[in-house]
Write a protein that binds this ligand. Sequence first.
Ligand code: SF4
Length: 328
Amino acid sequence: MPWKGEKDPYKIWLSEIILQQTRVEQGLGYYNRFITQFPTVHKLSQSNENQVFKLWEGLGYYTRCKNLIATAKKVSIELKGMFPASKEGLLSLKGVGPYTAAAIGSFAFGLPLAVVDGNVHRVLSRIFGIKDPIDVPIGKKKLEILAQELLDIKNPATYNQAIMDFGAVICKPKQPECITCPFQKKCFAFKHQAQTKLPIKSKKIKAKQRFIYYLMLDHNGKQLVRKRIGDDIWKGLFEFVLMEKDEPQDIKYLKYLSNWGLKANGIDYQVIDCSEEIVHQLTHQKITCRILHIKVKQSVKVEGYEWKTKNAIQQFPFPRIITRYLGW
Ligand code: SF4
């Protein structure tokens, strides 16, 4: 992985933001494309927001992308391109929490800050037999204190990388390599055969169900789109005309739905296609979506949406659910 052993705070920060809630295999391509297009924090800060969102397209959790742009501007303009070399300074950057601050601080500046990610939670919970749930404040705090006590303050970068790699390769979530593990004799979980029980989580997150239907209205080579605003998923991305419902809608109704402001307003239309059901699972939300491609014979007005040419639309960032349907 290109960010391993990296000392440049810009590259470390970029990789850490991309890898939040993203698997390494998926994040790698994004990281390489970002570094190629924006080799420095100045280049990233000078870019057009849509261009950055376009490059981010498909990674999800778009607040990360918004924070990425805000922090790039702050570091480039206010801090003259220099990332802060202190814990407090790093934590003042948008999108940088304790984990990312510890990663940048220790890897780039050698600060004695212990990283505490999911791997570290698992390793410490198993070796020390910690039974406090890792998703409640008291459990988190206990692990943070322990991680900081264990840190090799002379070599924080090596130590942090080692414990994260150990969690990823040896003390894995499923089927840890206990037989060859150097901590076997001291490990609480091994001694008590509690590998599958540790770490403990207090609750399962119940995902909220959402039913989203997009009307891709087509007229003379143009389509109606808008940029999503407000505090919700996909903020900053573009979308077609949205209908959100509390319950799933069947295809017959969806085709008929064109009553929505079309037939009712005397507008001729033709439903060209209705997509299969597309299910998108996020941590807190399960989204079920269908996209209807509708040709309208007159230009219609929908509050908040604008007609754009298909060429222009291709430059806009869209949620993955839409780009997949469009075959981008
Ligand atoms: S003995 Fe097994 S559970 Fe314990 S630290 Fe090693 S790999 Fe993890």
